[in-house]
Design a protein around this ligand. Sequence first.
Ligand SMILES: NC(=O)c1ccc[n+]([C@@H]2O[C@H](COP(=O)([O-])OP(=O)(O)OC[C@H]3O[C@@H](n4cnc5c(N)ncnc54)[C@H](O)[C@@H]3O)[C@@H](O)[C@H]2O)c1
Length: 340
Amino acid sequence: MDRTQLGHEEVRAVRGVRTGVTVIVAVHSTARGPAIGGVRIKPYPSWRDGLDDVLRLSEAMTMKCALADLAHGGGKTVAVLPPDGVDPRRRTDLITDIAEAIDGFDGRYRCGPDIGSTPDDMSLIHRLARGNAFCRPEAEGGSGNSSAATARGVIAALRAGLRHRHGDDRVSGRRIGVIGYGHVGRLVAGELIRSGATVLITDVDSRLAGQAEAGGARWTTADLLTEELDVLVPAATGGLLTDRAARTCRAGLIVGPANNQLADDRAGVVLHERGITWVPDVLASIGGIVHAVSREETGLDDTATAARVDRIGEKTTALLAHAAEHRITPLAAARRMAAA
Ligand SMILES: NC(=O)c1ccc[n+]([C@@H]2O[C@H](COP(=O)([O-])OP(=O)(O)OC[C@H]3O[C@@H](n4cnc5c(N)ncnc54)[C@H](O)[C@@H]3O)[C@@H](O)[C@H]2O)c1
């Protein structure tokens, strides 16, 4: 790629008139249809870090939409909070600043929730940005929180990954580590425990230990990246799989919802060379967007939507088979499938 050219169609950074918070909206592509992607609201060391994040995440959304067969491209919003955040009493002002930035795209970008934003925030943005927000609360006609669908998609991808490695998708008796006991991680862990797996959980928030153990998991402060596991589920933040982590990781299969898991492409090569199966996050994490678009745009009911989410399993099988056949990494296979 010509490194002097921006790979994105359009990127706008504005200072919110009410809060002074820098809001960056990146539209990576509208080639397949309007860009979609979540609103991430969190502190960053500087607005440049927020810019890096929004560029990476919106590009990944283009791949996600292509792999999900959606008539959409990738976009993303990042609100760059100061280290101590924004006074919760100013929440409406903050969301209004964000909504104005989104409205400026005249429908070429539609948002949804992400880290730091909720279905209630989408409700306000929907009102202020002419309907360009997914996942409002169900009581208002939206598809609500997408975490359950994301978790369902992760389970479908995880079972496909097990079939690829072992010839069957048996979860019972397997040792599985989950990094991040948040909205998605806890649902994935719960399903795995119900299916008979031994589930180890770690989270930077140690207050969650009691809940995790009450749910049947084993809480640990050990580094799950070096623990002997059948499956590792990254369900926290991105960039976890550095070159070093890829060299020391002792899981057979890595599959989870966290976005941008690989710190760089090289880490994916190292995992591949070491015989560790990594399911690209651009495929494993798409259950939520498939759910939102299927319910709100396509008008599918719950059953048809769930079936569409479950197809992530077949796509994972096809992707891993393609990578094995052509002796390429799963990331390279994902890029080929998204471009096809
Ligand atoms: N919620 C969705 O529908 C959805 C959809 C697609 C992708 N994702 C991605 O999946 C991941 C999890 O999403 P979520 O909605 O559950 O987020 P969340 O914020 O509810 O949970 C994340 C959890 O990870 C923990 N955590 C943060 N850094 C950690 C670290 N270094 N080590 C261990 N734990 C850490 C947090 O304390 C929190 O409990 C995120 O990367 C998100 O972008 C979520």
